[in-house]
Design a protein around this ligand. Structure first.
Ligand code: UFG
Length: 329
């Protein structure tokens, strides 16, 4: 049997494919290469270039392979862009997931693990955030991910498709093999942007707001290493294989770091000065986002190994310092 990874050429998807293959799984990758890179796909994965919104294409992939589980990363994921182009997000994320589920149902594939986000909560009512806290997204991206979760719920009721939705907090870091890492164009995430300064690609890092109610005035986020994140996906997939019911889990480290603390850690790791400039708050940024991952620890038996942010930044630096332009020449 094979695992189908949708979005297996992207940052998180490519890490998943490497881990699955390392664990002896046979892997089929589907990616339209809109934001993913062919070079990020493990050479032993069977790759189909195509779009999850294309039922005929997906149907062929399911018919040509013996797939027993799907791990779904194929989505647009930029909060800012989702506010400018919400319909692009509904089309790719929500409609794309609908077609994927239709193809799964048509081919009797009944297990899916998929990437949801902390953005489904919006401004948290209390910290750390629990899975049954109120969901009230403040951006279109989070709204589409919540819609995907709800679509899965009804697909389970009607067709028995079992799903596990994993709500990620701030993912960072890279595989220790140095072959794959976070490469977005344009880049909007804090860790790779900070590292562009020591790489000589930017002069300084902008800090979006230093007047939040936090210990140093900058936003607090919960940074989780991509390898720990992927471990949880594989545990979740195996849980579904064992007959576990549909469920939702937060994935974070459970401790928060401010933007300034992340910059200090990056200075230590790289040995470079990293000049900063204080800029206005970025709209839609909650002051503090920290996960409670107790449920994932208890139910999935998950235990993140990279609890120190310096290790997370070191692994990201390992990739960026050897791939200055990501996967582009
Ligand atoms: N930040 C800066 N300067 C920068 C970039 C970011 O100060 O140049 C700050 C942001 O304001 C924020 C923190 O660094 O406080 C982290 O920002 P990121 O853009 O790296 O990540 P976000 O917390 O905005 O977004 C992450 C995921 C999203 C997800 C969201 C949930 O990347 O996919 O968490 O709220 F939707």
């Amino acid at each position: 049997m094979s695992v189908l990874v949708c979005g297996g050429a992207g940052y998180i998807g490519s890490h998943c494919v490497y881990e699955l293959i390392e664990k002896g799984e046979s892997v089929v990758v589907v990616d339209n290469l809109q934001t993913g890179y062919k070079q990020a796909i493990h050479p032993n994965a069977k790759f189909y270039q195509g779009d999850i919104r294309d039922f005929q294409f997906l149907d062929k992939v399911f018919k040509e392979n013996q797939i027993d589980a799907v791990i779904h990363f194929a989505a647009n994921s930029l909060v800012g862009e989702s506010m400018q182009l919400p319909l692009k997000y509904y089309n790719n994320n929500v409609y794309g997931t609908q077609i994927l589920l239709e193809a799964m149902v048509a081919n009797n594939v009944k297990r899916i693990v998929f990437s949801s986000t902390a953005a489904v909560y919006g401004e948290p009512e209390c910290v750390p955030i629990l899975e049954n806290d109120r969901t009230k997204p403040t951006n279109a991206y989070g709204e589409t991910k919540l819609a995907m979760e709800k679509m899965m719920k009804w697909a389970d009721v009607a067709y028995g498709v079992k799903y596990i939705a994993l709500r990620y907090f701030n993912v960072a870091g890279a595989n220790e093999n140095g072959l794959i890492g976070e490469a977005h164009n344009p880049e909007t995430h804090l860790v790779p942007l900070i590292l562009q300064v020591p790489l000589g690609k930017r002069e300084k890092i902008m800090i979006y707001g230093d007047d939040y109610q936090t210990k140093d005035g900058t936003c607090v986020r919960d940074y989780i290493h991509v390898i720990d994140l992927i471990d949880a996906h594989i545990l979740a997939m195996n849980k579904l294989r064992d007959g576990y019911d549909s469920d939702v889990f937060n994935l974070g480290n459970g401790s928060g770091f401010t933007v300034k603390e992340m910059i200090e850690a990056a200075k230590k790791v790289t040995g470079y000065e990293i000049p900063v400039e204080i800029a206005a708050r970025r709209s839609g940024d909650p002051a503090v986002l920290v996960a409670s991952s107790k449920k994932a620890r208890k139910v999935l038996g998950w235990s993140p190994k990279f609890t120190n942010v310096e290790e997370v930044i070191r692994s990201a630096w390992n990739f960026h310092s050897t791939h200055k332009n990501g996967f582009e020449q």
